[in-house]
Design a protein around this ligand. Sequence first.
Ligand code: MLT
Length: 255
Amino acid sequence: MNIVAVNGINLAYARHGKGTPLMLVHGFPLDSSSWNEIIPFLKDEFDIIIPDLRGFGQSTTIESPYTILDMADDLAGLLDHLGIDKIAIAGHSMGGYVALAFAKKYPQRMLGLGLISSQAAADAPEGKERRYKTAADVAENGVAVVADAMSPKLSADARVQKFVCGVIEQQSKSAVIGALKAMAAREDMMAFIAQLTLPFILIHGDADQLIPIDRAKEIKAALPSAKLLELNGAGHMPMMEFPKETAAGVRALLG
Ligand code: MLT
């Protein structure tokens, strides 16, 4: 991983391949390793930038509160450092929230937007409440609380579950708490989505237990020009469960 200083943190990122700039943004509470299995399917066509969002993986953090928009600003700082003006961004789940915030603030930098197992609506009040309770639970009992609760819901595939559980256990309490609070406070992006004109693809598993595929269908209904790739049998981790098909979806974004 490479490290760059942006916005008062050290942001870690990996870079693979050659071609059109493409950023892959991981979900909660994971890190850049989420994308390991998709890289071989994309590296011949894309200059792939894969950050660890603030606090996760090898990136450092500052104490919360910070926002999803702060995370998007970190990515803008990374692109400035790399001298990349325009890029396609595909975000997985929480990474999709960050990608949406980036697209809203920096529309002139976007070549295309992909949401993988993500959504555009904000949390309902009870969802926000659940996140604050989980944050308090993590503060008291550590990240194992989240690893145990989330791993079985991320995928039905035992290999994927084991991998993600190991990744979650490596994350710091402060990153997990900071991201939970940032997600709870995130802006509703449905109105923003409805007026998008840039290339846009939704990639979603029909067996996603964390964010149901109906969330992607709602976005497609609000913006009929969006492409929707439904992955039969995929859970919340399609880039690991169906890397080849997920890569084809990412490629279709700009195709
Ligand atoms: C994720 O996978 O990033 C999270 O499940 C997203 C969320 O909790 O909203």
